[in-house]
Design a protein around this ligand. Sequence first.
Ligand code: GLN
Length: 240
Amino acid sequence: MSKKTLTILHLYPKDMNIYGDYGNVLVLKRRAEWHGYEVKVIDYNPGDDFPEKFDILVGGGGQDSGQDRVQSDLQKIGPKLKTMANKGAPMLVVCGLYQLFGKFFQTQTGHVIKGVGILDIETFAESERLIGNIVTKSHEFGEIIGYENHSGKTYIGNITNLGKVIKGAGNNGKIDKTEGARYKNVIGTYMHGSLLPKNPKIADWMISKAATNKYGTFDKAKIDDGIAKLAREHASKRPR
Ligand code: GLN
């Protein structure tokens, strides 16, 4: 019998891929393989043919200039991304692409980079950058450990946040102490790090959603997360 397959779409790896974000793709691929799936990774950059089918989407952060470069292509593929999000595809978007999965990102010079509006969030850059290790108490995944580096302050509208910031800044560092946003199976977050190596619960959740969407079931393998546990302990004690 041939193996079940899962396809990961890596959104804009050339322009939006910073502070270890590529590690998220590697972790999803390897853990899905450990769970018994054959995994294909498709890199999608501006101008490429958008794949007809994928099971998981991952996108990272970048400079304001990178966000500018992907803007028009993102508007083009936006409706397709929206359809997939509404169908329940698991998606993880970090920092720069988190902002652009929202309504817009306004840079410090007042330049507005349009988003696709999958997440009901708005982001405004300020002069102070929010940088350092971050710990969030999430609603679904327990404690999430990551690293943030952004000038954008995000304000969330009629949408659930990912959790409460315990250490660090999160969405805006002041008003509400929230981090990230959730819509269906889309997770938007400021946490780089990479995020998934230190938070395998989220990786397995994404894989289980993808597998259930495609095959109706997910058979979880037992994986030794001892090293991830040590990395979590170590990272959460690091100073800001
Ligand atoms: N340019 C955006 C900001 O500074 C995104 C940064 C990032 O993705 N790390 O807010």
